[in-house]
Design a binder for this molecule. Structure first.
Ligand SMILES: O=c1ccn([C@@H]2O[C@H](COP(=O)(O)O)[C@@H](O)[C@H]2O)c(=O)[nH]1
Length: 277
């Protein structure tokens, strides 16, 4: 298997140094297609997604297409997702495919082939994964990611209020389920410089996370910022004043500025500046 240049953690660090710590999502909601004056079909989806590529490619550190909105259009929608992945990577922008995959290990190996293996049309630079079939079930993905220079963002404490009943539950060892995910990710990242390839998802909306992230040595993707109500002040309260390693991600709050690519790009730049203040 061919390794794509540097490891993901190193490529992410370079992208953040160049563009600042922001991830922008491509979430082609039906409501957004309508407000952009686009048809509710694969052609409308394609126009939407390629406008986002034009707006963000080469301008933000990380772009996160939400796979669900592409899958909703069947095979033509998945073909658009493949084009988005290819075009963004050609622009030099890192791509996180938000597919939240997680299954028993043998099936996880097939997801790893799809999302983390060089030459697969759905393989961006990283994928989101769910550890709730057990963190160990993600081993085939961790191995594929390491072999191909890619990354994984593992759900720890998600931005939706329903997540807490599972993720904040406390196990027999006194740790929350989310903390056990953090600790497993920290083990996977140990010794990798500047940061490891296994990131976490911790919602910016969670209030108080009560997680010990001090040994994580990886990136934290923070959704919920913008449309779900979290602010820069919430990010600072959650993660401290120094947001290095934290990647706030926002979709609708930027996408509502379309359909002009220039306006989308300026909206993303304004969010990025707000994170510096
Ligand atoms: O805990 C999570 C994990 C993932 N997401 C995803 O992020 C975006 C958020 O979109 P907004 O429009 O900025 O609310 C979306 O794709 C979610 O599926 C999340 O929100 N929370």
């Amino acid at each position: 298997m061919r390794v794509v240049g540097q490891r993901f953690g190193a490529r992410m660090a370079k992208a953040v140094a160049e563009h600042g710590p922001l991830c922008v999502g491509i979430d082609p909601h039906p409501g957004l297609l309508a407000s952009w004056g686009l048809s509710q079909d694969a052609a409308g989806l394609e126009r939407f997604a390629l406008t986002c590529v034009e707006a963000f490619g080469g301008h933000v550190a990380l772009v996160k297409p939400q796979a669900a909105f592409f899958e909703a259009h069947g095979s033509r929608g998945v073909a658009v997702l493949e084009r988005v992945v290819a075009d963004l990577r050609d622009s030099g922008t890192l791509v996180l495919v938000d597919a939240k995959r997680g299954d028993i290990g043998s099936t996880m190996a097939a997801y790893a082939a799809a999302y983390l293996t060089e030459g697969s049309p759905l393989a961006g630079d990283a994928v989101t994964a769910s550890p709730y079939l057990g963190f160990g079930s993600l081993d085939p993905a961790l191995e594929a990611a390491a072999a191909s220079g890619r990354g994984i963002f593992v759900l720890a404490l998600t931005s939706n209020p329903e997540g807490a009943s599972v993720q904040r539950a406390v196990g027999p060892d006194g740790r929350s389920v989310a903390q056990s995910v953090v600790d497993a990710a920290a083990r996977a990242n140990a010794g990798l410089e500047p940061l490891g390839d296994v990131g976490l998802v911790v919602g910016a909306t969670v209030g108080e996370h009560r997680l010990d992230l001090s040994d994580l040595h990886g990136y934290v993707l923070a959704p919920g910022f913008g449309a779900q109500g979290a602010t820069v002040a919430d990010l600072r309260a959650l993660f401290g004043a120094d947001l290095r390693g934290v990647l706030p991600t926002t979709s609708r709050d930027v996408l509502r500025h379309g359909p002009e690519a220039a306006k989308l790009r300026s909206a993303a730049a304004a969010v990025r500046r707000s994170l510096e203040m």
